[in-house]
Design a binder for this molecule. Structure first.
Ligand SMILES: C[S@@+](CC[C@H](N)C(=O)[O-])C[C@H]1O[C@@H](n2cnc3c(N)ncnc32)[C@H](O)[C@@H]1O
Length: 175
């Protein structure tokens, strides 16, 4: 059976949610931009965090894979945060960059699309010093060499390095 959050499918590891909680508590970002809404479980988790903390929330996918009118989606107005666009098209790049340029800072960007090195290479350089980059499938779909010339420093290292092997995210601050 697929992994779920609140009964809604996601592609995350439950253990990472402790690190997300620590991240929000410690660094207090004001905007979350999520690349890769997927089947909705992580979007629900992210939207709950943003609603609770008064953050702005945007989630991007080129497919609407789940019921935006479901009980939790409606409660959290996922529809209002969802941008259905190919993020590698001119229109998609303009939409993401438009939000980066106008959203309250610091911004946290979660890279969990189908091509993490590509989305990182386009959008991570557009973030500013003090913003945050969180990349999924670290060490697998995205490795140290994919960071390229983007000036970042790992954060939450102790709690992150204590994890066993599994799908996992890694947290960075833009320098
Ligand atoms: C790994 S899944 C996201 C998983 C989700 N974050 C979760 O935890 O459940 C990747 C998503 O990226 C979307 N995607 C792939 N290529 C895309 C593109 N060019 N533009 C926008 N979304 C894309 C897919 O539709 C898919 O839902």
């Amino acid at each position: 059976m697929a992994a779920t959050f609140m009964g809604i499918e996601w592609q995350q590891n439950w253990g990472d949610m402790v690190i997300w909680e620590e991240f929000y508590n410690k660094y207090a970002p004001r905007t979350l931009i999520e690349l890769g809404t997927g089947r909705g479980g992580m979007a629900i988790f992210s939207a709950m965090q943003c609603a609770s903390r008064g953050m702005h929330y945007h989630t991007f996918d080129n497919n609407a894979w789940f019921d935006m009118n479901g009980a939790l989606s409606s409660l959290l107005n996922i529809k209002g945060s969802f941008h259905c666009v190919d993020i590698f098209s001119d229109e998609g790049i303009n939409q993401v960059v438009g939000i980066i340029n106008q959203a309250p800072r610091p911004i946290a960007m979660f890279f969990d699309n189908g091509d993490k090195p590509r989305e990182w290479s386009i959008f991570a350089p557009k973030l500013a010093s003090g913003d945050f980059c969180i990349v999924h499938d670290w060490g697998n779909e995205f490795t140290e060499s994919d960071i390229g010339g983007v000036p970042v420093e790992r954060i939450l290292t102790v709690i992150s390095d204590a994890r066993g092997p599994s799908w996992k995210s890694m947290w960075f601050v833009r320098k």
